[in-house]
Design a protein around this ligand. Structure first.
Ligand code: GDP
Ligand code: IMO
Ligand code: MG
Length: 426
């Protein structure tokens, strides 16, 4: 068997959580491989709406083993809150969830550092979720961080104190004021709480599952255009959000990667700062935001909205090796007479290109659009490809031709059941 990977092809919030939940019955293992509580993955079913931040989106399927992999940065305080929030569903989380001992721990001071750095940047701020992601990955790479496995070490408090002392020295340089008392109490309570969970070397769990022929889905967070190497640097997150991240974030050999599900919205959104060529700053963008309920699942911030961007999407497909395309939120475009599709960029010197420039912050590109007719009707209750309005199937065909891959799965609403399957998903 292979590890299938599911990830976002845009700037996050594509609807990954919903599709993991929909696909989960086909999988025996669902594993998060990067990111942390900056993610907000929304699932809707049986009248419930639930947002997961660190816990994999397979958790609502009782037969699925969920794993938080080594590539994740984990906040114990948020972990405890998430587990408490799941109590009403009567899930067996102590059995169905494993956490890698090699996952990095977000300390309360990582969150303070995030806030201090962003404040110091002023107008140039990244628009971070302020969950401590960047500072925690920084400590991991600079070999100073704490890992989940350290929680059960007798030296944990000493290791914590040493790292926090370093953080406090940096916070002093930034003249950043804080009171750690409450957060520290919550942190140590959450660390104790976590000890009842299965803290494991999850690379063995994943590889043993592979050897046993089990089906495994790796769940990405954020989106490819927020990848630390290939995204719109520096307006990115601090992890590799692309397929390759599943290898390092779970301990999976590249030869064991199978299908790669690329999730994208029928339009585009971005939350936080950074270049967004097709952004609509007008009433059309506002209507998209209202219709798509485009407000952050983690921070509640309004998401910036715009038309679909094919050069960016093709770039994301290229670096991920996408084998399956899934289009989300088709229903949000119901309200538009016309739909614009960005097919290329015009560079400042007039050149037309489909290639992303090195730096889209300094090189302002102008989208080149083709206009398609909208369908202007509700998609409610439509469950087959044949029943979709001709303009929507026309839109899908147009995208397929430009992207060179079929779009076999179309999402038409937030609920688990609101899906149209065109071709066979792997
Ligand atoms: P994720 O981070 O990729 O999991 O996505 P989010 O959960 O942050 O944001 C996606 C939002 O769109 C959530 O509020 C979902 O409930 C919602 N959603 C998912 N699929 C659809 C869809 O097909 N149509 C509509 N209207 N909403 C959807
Ligand atoms: P999911 O998994 C959308 C954005 C932030 C900011 C930048 C850096 O729900 O798709 P960070 O907190 O990582 O330092 O923020 O990345 N960002 C996301 N945007 N969806 C997400 O996750 C995101 N996680 C981070 O808004 O611009
Ligand atoms: Mg989200």
């Amino acid at each position: 068997m292979a590890v299938d990977v599911l990830l976002g092809l845009q700037w996050g919030d594509e609807g990954k959580g919903k599709i993991v939940d929909v696909l989960a019955p086909k999988y025996q293992v669902v594993a998060r491989f990067q990111g942390g509580p900056n993610a907000g993955h929304t699932l809707e079913f049986d009248g419930f709406k639930h947002v997961l931040h660190q816990i994999p989106s397979g958790i609502f399927r009782q037969d699925v083993q969920n794993i938080i992999g080594n590539g994740v940065v984990l906040d114990p305080i948020i972990f405890k809150k998430e587990i408490d929030g799941l109590a009403k569903y009567n899930l067996n989380v102590l059995e169905n969830l494993e956490v890698s001992k090699k996952a990095s721990i977000i300390l309360p001071t990582h969150r303070l550092l995030d806030a201090a750095y962003e404040k110091a940047k002023g107008d140039a701020k990244i628009g971070s979720t302020l969950k401590g992601i960047g500072p925690t990955y920084t400590d991991k790479i600079s070999r100073q961080g704490l890992r989940v496995g350290d929680m059960i070490s007798p030296n944990f408090k000493a290791k914590y104190d040493a790292l926090v002392a370093r953080h406090k020295a940096v916070l002093d340089v930034y003249h950043f004021e804080y009171d750690l008392t409450a957060a520290e109490a919550d942190f140590f309570e959450a660390v104790e709480f976590m000890k009842q969970f299965r803290l494991v070397d999850s690379e063995y769990s994943v590889n043993h599952a592979l050897t046993a022929g089990k089906t495994i889905l790796a769940e990405g967070a954020q989106g490819s255009l927020l990848d630390v190497d290939f995204g719109s640097y520096p307006f990115v997150t601090s992890s590799n959000t692309i397929t390759a991240g599943a290898c390092t974030g779970l301990g999976v050999a590249p030869k064991n990667i199978g299908e790669v599900y690329g999730i994208f919205k029928a339009y585009a959104t971005r939350v936080g700062s950074g270049p967004f060529p097709t952004e609509l700053m007008d009433e059309v963008g506002e209507r998209m935001r209202q219709e798509g309920r485009e407000f952050g699942s983690t921070t509640g911030r309004p998401r910036r909205c715009g038309w679909i961007d094919l050069p960016a999407l093709k770039y994301a497909m290229m670096i991920n090796g996408v084998t399956q395309l899934v289009m989300m939120k088709a229903d949000v475009l119901n309200i538009f007479e016309d739909i614009e599709v960005c097919v290329a960029y015009k560079l400042p010197d007039g050149t037309i290109t489909e290639q992303l420039p090195y730096d889209m912050t300094d090189t302002i590109v102008e989208p080149v659009y083709e206009t398609l007719k909208g369908w202007n009707c509700s998609l409610e209750g439509l469950r087959t490809f044949e029943s979709l309005p001709a303009e929507l199937t026309g839109y899908i065909n147009f995208l397929e031709e430009k992207l060179g891959l079929p779009i076999n799965f179309i999402s038409t609403g937030p609920d688990r059941d609101e899906c149209v399957l065109k071709g066979a998903l792997a």
